[in-house]
Ligand binder design. Structure first.
Ligand code: ITT
Length: 214
């Protein structure tokens, strides 16, 4: 018998049921992936996203040099090359940033520096009087396993920059970024809700597809 959402609703009478597909690896083992990052917010999002897909994410704050480069891809690739020489386990690094169209992609690869210098109020001031407030969050993961060639995956989330800070969830630019087709900012969402839209979640979906096909 096929069990559909409508079938469950008819018998349980709940209109708000979501159906989750939990895919565990064939051997029933969860696979451990080390996330090399100092950012606990990133780890939380990656764990929530990957757990139902059979992966346990463990944070390792080993640090790695973040080269000054023009693209997130270059930063992630340098990062994973540095890490894999020192850490022989399945692991990943991620570089992410917010690219604001009216500012020609700024802060982009400088997102971390800008966040800790002028901060969110400073970014909003740069957009005073700007009506076209579109932006894109981008995430690039570099994944490595011993004796295998590392690879990159990317994800994007388009949206708009709000005119005030809204919400206290998440981290970084979350309180000023509202994804397309949403009224709430990432700062006003739970991890699970943010994962339905976010650049990081999309990149992780691409990562899982690659890992499952290897
Ligand atoms: P790592 O240790 O993994 O490098 P990080 O916090 O330094 O952690 P990044 O260099 O990848 O992270 O990210 C640059 C900045 O972009 C980060 O400090 C945040 O301010 C911002 N950022 C990245 N992803 C974000 C997200 O999902 N929501 C809000 N801000 C984000």
């Amino acid at each position: 018998m096929r069990i559909t959402k409508r079938f469950i609703q008819r018998y349980l009478g709940d209109n708000n049921i979501s159906i989750y597909l939990v895919v565990y690896p064939a051997d029933g083992q969860m696979k451990t992936v080390y996330f090399i990052t100092g950012n606990k917010g990133k780890v939380l999002e990656a764990s929530e996203k990957l757990r139902p897909l059979g992966f346990t994410v463990v944070q390792k704050d080993l640090g790695y040099p973040e080269v000054q480069a023009d693209t997130l891809e270059e930063v992630a690739r340098h990062g994973i090359d540095h890490v894999r020489e020192r850490f022989q386990h399945p692991c990943m690094v991620e570089d992410a940033g917010l690219f604001i169209d009216a500012l020609h992609g700024f802060p982009g690869v400088y997102s971390k520096y800008v966040f800790f210098t002028i901060g969110l109020p400073g970014v909003l001031r740069l957009l005073d009087d700007v009506t076209e407030r579109t932006a894109v969050f981008r995430s690039v993961y570099a994944y490595s396993e011993p004796k295998k060639k590392p690879f990159l995956v990317a994800g994007e989330c388009t949206g708009v920059i709000t005119s005030t800070l809204r919400g206290t969830n998440g981290f970084g630019y979350d309180p000023i970024f509202c994804p397309e087709f949403e009224k709430r900012t990432f700062g006003e969402m739970t991890v699970d809700e943010k994962n339905q839209y976010s650049h990081r979640a999309k990149a992780l979906e691409a990562l899982v597809v690659k890992l499952k096909n290897k």
